[in-house]
Design a protein around this ligand. Structure first.
Ligand code: CTP
Length: 427
C-alpha cells in the first residue's frame, strides 16, 4: 500500500476482511465496506450470526461484490475457514462487541470470523463499540490488554451518544475514520501501540483567522489534517489529548480528545498556554498567522470609505511556540515537557527547505521540528506528506528522514521521535 503523491488515494489494493459483530452499530459496517471498495481494495465481509440480526447478508454482498458467509461449515470444499484469513492483508472488525473481544482473547474458532482471525498473520484491527460500563468492565479491560499484548490493534472507541440515552466512551468511530486508521495499521501494526498511556499531550492544528472587520479576515490554506493525525495517533496510543483546533476542514474528532476550538492566533495562544501547564508534550502543528490587522473595524469596511481596504496596517502576532520555550525556561511549563514545532518551507535561491528548517529549529529553541517542503500542491490540504524530523545536537542539527506516507503514518513517526527523546531524557 502506498499513498499517491496527489494524496487522493492511499493505495495498492489490499485483500480486506471486514468482520461485523452483533451490535447496533453494525449498520456502520456497510459504510466501512463502501469506504474500502472505493479505495480499490478487495473486500470480503464476515458477519457474526448476531450481526445478521441487525443487517442482512444481501447488503454486505451487494456492497462488497462478494458472497457472505459466517459459518465454518459453509463452502467446506474450499476450506474457506482458513483460506480467507490466510489470504487477507488486513482484517478490520467493526463493531467489535464485548462478546467478540472475549472470544478473540480466548482464541475461540467457533464461527468463520474468529476462525479467520486465528489463522491470519496480517494486521487485525478491532473497532470496539459497546456501552461504557461494558467497555470499562475489568473483564473487557483484561481482554483488550491480552489482545494488544499479542499485537492485535484495538482502537479506542469514540466518546458520544450510545444506543440508549447514555453517552460516554464506547461509540463506534465514523466508518471513513476507521478505514483510514486501519489502512495506516496495514502498513505498520505497531502504529497504535499503547506507548503514551498516562501522558497528557497538547496538539494545535489548522490555520488562524485574523479579523479585519465583522465579515472579513486574513487566513491561510491549512487543512488541519496533520495536527488531527497527531492527535489521533496520540489518542490511540493511550494519551489524554487536548486538541486546540483553529480553522480546519471538517475532520473527525480523535477518540476521547478534548477539542478546544479557536479562531485567532491570540485565542490559540491562550488555549495552548493554559493546556501546556501540566502537559508532557506540546506540538504546534498549527499554521499560525504571523500578523493580524492593527485594528478591527466594528462595521463592514466600505469600498472607498475612510478606513480604506487598499492598504492594511498589520501588527505582529505572538509567537506561541517561542513563548512556550520561554515559559519552560521561566518554570511556568515543566522542564520535562517536550515542545515540538513545524516548519512548512519552500526554499529560495540561497537556501533549501531543509536549511531553512534547521535554522528555524535553532531560532525557536524547541526540542524537535518537523520540516516539510510545501508549494506545488505538496503537503497543504493533502492526505500524505513527508519531510525531516530535526533535533538539536549541540550547535548542529540531527536529521531523521520521514518517508512519504499518509499523515497518520507521518504522525506515528513523529510520535516515535518524541517518545525516543523522552526515553533518552528519562521522562
Ligand atoms: N508558530 C507559532 N506562533 C506564530 C507563528 C508560528 O507558534 N505566531 C509556530 C508554528 O505553529 C510552527 C512554528 O512556529 O510550529 C513555525 O511556524 P512558521 O510560520 O514556519 O514560523 P515563523 O517563525 O513564522 O517563520 P517564517 O518567517 O518562515 O514564517
Amino acid at each position: 500500500m502506498n499513498a499517491s503523491s496527489t494524496g487522493k488515494s492511499v493505495s495498492v489494493p489490499l485483500r480486506v476482511i471486514v468482520g461485523v459483530g452483533g451490535g447496533i452499530a453494525a449498520f456502520k459496517a456497510a459504510h466501512l465496506v463502501r469506504y474500502f471498495t472505493e479505495q480499490g481494495h478487495h473486500v470480503n465481509v464476515i458477519p457474526t450470526r448476531s450481526a445478521l440480526k441487525f443487517v442482512g447478508a444481501a447488503t454486505f454482498e451487494a456492497l462488497s461484490g462478494n458472497p457472505v458467509s459466517n459459518d465454518v461449515f459453509d463452502n467446506i470444499d474450499e476450506v474457506q475457514h482458513v483460506r480467507l484469513g490466510q489470504e487477507a492483508d488486513l482484517i478490520v472488525i467493526a463493531p467489535a462487541t464485548a462478546d467478540l473481544l472475549a472470544r478473540l482473547a480466548q482464541g475461540r474458532a467457533d464461527d468463520l470470523l474468529t476462525a479467520s482471525c486465528l489463522v491470519a498473520t496480517c494486521p487485525v484491527v478491532l473497532a470496539p463499540a459497546m456501552h461504557t460500563e461494558m467497555w470499562e468492565h475489568p473483564a473487557t479491560r483484561d481482554n483488550v490488554s491480552i489482545l494488544r499484548s499479542r499485537g492485535t490493534v484495538v482502537l479506542e472507541p469514540a466518546h458520544g451518544r450510545l444506543t440508549g440515552k447514555d453517552s460516554g466512551p464506547g461509540r463506534l468511530p465514523e466508518p471513513d475514520h476507521i478505514g483510514e486508521l486501519a489502512e495506516a495499521a496495514a502498513h505498520d501494526r505497531r502504529i497504535y501501540r499503547h506507548s503514551l498511556a498516562g501522558k497528557k499531550v497538547v496538539v494545535s492544528a489548522g490555520g488562524t483567522h485574523e479579523a479585519l472587520d465583522p465579515v472579513r479576515y486574513l487566513g491561510n490554506a491549512s487543512s488541519g489534517r496533520q495536527g488531527y493525525a497527531l492527535a489521533d495517533v496520540a489518542a490511540q496510543r493511550g494519551a489524554r489529548v487536548t486538541l486546540v483546533a483553529g480553522v480546519t476542514e471538517e475532520l473527525p474528532i480523535p477518540s476521547g480528545a478534548n477539542l478546544v476550538r479557536v479562531k485567532s492566533a491570540r485565542e490559540m495562544q491562550q488555549a495552548v498556554t493554559e493546556a501546556a501547564r501540566d502537559a508532557d508534550v506540546v506540538i504546534m502543528a498549527a499554521a499560525v498567522a504571523d500578523y493580524r490587522p492593527a485594528s478591527v473595524a466594528d462595521s463592514k469596511l466600505k469600498k472607498g470609505g475612510e478606513a480604506a481596504l487598499n492598504s492594511l496596517e498589520l501588527t505582529e502576532n505572538p509567537d506561541i511556540l517561542a513563548g512556550l520555550v520561554e515559559a519552560r525556561r521561566a518554570g511556568d511549563v515543566a522542564s520535562s515537557t517536550k515542545i515540538v514545532g513545524f516548519a512548512a518551507e519552500t526554499g529560495d535561491e540561497s537556501h533549501t527547505p531543509l536549511e531553512h528548517g534547521k535554522a528555524k529549529l535553532l531560532r525557536k529553541g524547541c526540542d524537535l521540528l518537523m520540516c516539510n517542503e510545501v508549494g506545488d500542491g505538496k503537503v497543504f490540504g493533502q492526505r500524505s506528506s513527508q519531510g525531516w524530523l530535526l533535533h538539536p545536537e549541540g550547535d548542529s542539527v540531527a536529521v531523521t528522514e520521514i518517508p512519504f506516507g499518509s499523515k497518520l503514518e507521518v504522525a506515528a513517526r513523529i510520535w516515535d521521535g518524541i517518545e525516543s527523546l523522552s526515553r533518552a531524557s528519562g521522562d
